[in-house]
Design a protein around this ligand. Structure first.
Ligand SMILES: *Cc1c(COP(=O)(O)O)cnc(C)c1O
Length: 406
């Protein structure tokens, strides 16, 4: 039985992978069973920013695994405090709470916001509201899909938790209107990744910050995908000069190797948690903390944030030069770029399947958008290869699309 058949037979069908079986990775490259090499433009949904199997991440894991792996939070470890301090300093937050997956980080933020509303803001019991945006993606737990506007994420999984309000994304006036005396927080992605790399109007987040401040509402930025330098700043909200009351990090924080997430916030928000309120068996374990430290250090040492800004600009400008009737829009920031494909002719998945044959690996976001989010270490020469492959595939499609039309 081949790897694909085996996975399909014994695995739940909750994904529809691109048909390639990967066996090895190094830097920007991954290889399949037959030894074919691909440029990874997917970066594991932005979790692999340092490149595959980064030698310093591998070294950190090997050394820490030999020394001490998991102790649980029943005890202190020599690594956790260093990790949390570093993350607080980089994000300009006071305190951090370690979890594993991004969804757990978001759940932590929701709990903190609600408890802050009751204990600090004095919202009446069980009345706290959290405002989220249409098109949001914050993870897959039942609470989180309950606040989604995407029918497929929700369908069949109800009943859902109460206390969430949906407003249009990119519309600050809608936020102002939705706020009530019971509003605890506004949870927002600075760029909506899974919705198809949706960039809000310039200044949106700044306006949201002002509205939140004025109404004593917490502004919480979900930077699980946009953080860690992906958009050319450490946090995407820095583009708008915004300092959120809470931030969620995940994905690339684990160096492309482990699930490591953090909820970071102001002291008076985090201080609502008391011993026994919240926790995670694996959250903040010495192995994760060591990897987190190295992954944060590497961003600075290898200038990955600056590289994302520069390479992203180059990628966007080069893609915009490809004139194709199939492309509706090129959008994004830094190395989080979406190529929106006219669904009349082709699905983004069809384009991705053709790119696979050209040695470029990626997957569609929201059916109509080709996602381009490679490891931040990608070079200009490698980007040129990707751009040439995209131009070639679009040209091929164009000639076939006119045939399709007739
Ligand atoms: C991926 C993602 C999450 C969820 O992270 P998991 O590790 O898959 O639970 C949350 N928020 C955003 C913005 C994401 O892109």
């Amino acid at each position: 039985m081949g790897a694909i058949e085996r996975e399909n037979q014994f695995g739940a069908h909750n994904y529809e992978p691109i048909p390639v079986v990967l066996t090895r990775g190094e830097g920007v490259y991954v290889w399949d069973e037959a030894g074919n090499r691909y440029i990874d433009m997917m970066g594991a949904y932005s979790a692999v920013s340092h490149g595959h199997c980064h030698p310093e991440i591998v070294k950190t894991i090997a050394e820490q695994a030999k020394t001490l792996g998991v102790v649980s939070r029943a005890f202190y470890s020599d690594k956790l405090g260093i990790f949390l301090q570093k993350a607080c300093e980089i994000t300009h937050q006071d305190k951090a709470l370690p979890m594993n997956s991004g969804a757990e980080g978001v759940e932590t933020a929701l709990k903190a916001a609600r408890k802050w509303a009751y204990t600090v803001k004095k919202v009446p019991e069980n009345k706290a509201e959290i405002i989220v945006c249409e098109g949001n993606f914050h993870g897959r737990t039942i609470t989180i899909v309950g606040m989604s506007s995407e029918p497929q994420y929700r369908s069949g999984f109800g009943p859902f938790a109460a206390g969430f309000k949906l407003i249009p994304y990119g519309d600050a006036a809608a936020l102002e209107k939705a706020i009530t005396p019971n509003t605890a927080a506004f949870l927002v992605e600075p760029i909506q990744g899974e919705a198809g790399i949706v960039v809000p109007p310039a200044g949106y987040l700044k306006k949201c910050e002002e509205i939140c401040r004025k109404n004593n509402v917490l502004l919480i930025c979900d930077e699980v995908q946009t953080g860690m330098g992906r958009t050319g700043k450490f946090l995407a909200c820095e583009h708008d000069n915004v300092k959120p009351d809470g931030v969620i990090l995940g994905k690339a924080l684990g160096g492309g190797m482990l699930p490591v997430s953090l909820f970071l916030s102001r002291k008076d928000v985090m201080d609502v948690f008391t011993p026994g309120d919240h926790g995670s068996t694996f959250g903040g374990n010495p192995l994760s903390a060591a990897v987190g430290i190295t992954s944060l250090n590497l961003l600075q040492k290898e200038k990955l944030i600056e590289r994302a800004a520069e390479s992203g600009e180059y990628l966007m400008q080069s893609l915009k030069k490809i004139k194709s009737p199939l492309v509706l829009e090129v959008r994004g920031k830094g190395l989080l770029v979406g190529l929106s494909i006219n669904p009349r002719y082709y699905s983004a998945r069809e384009i991705c399947l053709m790119l696979l044959k050209e040695g470029v690996l990626t997957k569609d976001a929201h059916q109509t958008v080709v996602r381009l989010a490679p490891p931040l270490i990608i070079t200009k020469e490698q980007l040129d290869q990707v751009i040439a492959a995209i131009a070639k595939v679009l040209q091929k499609c164009e000639s076939q699309a006119s045939v399709k039309q007739e």
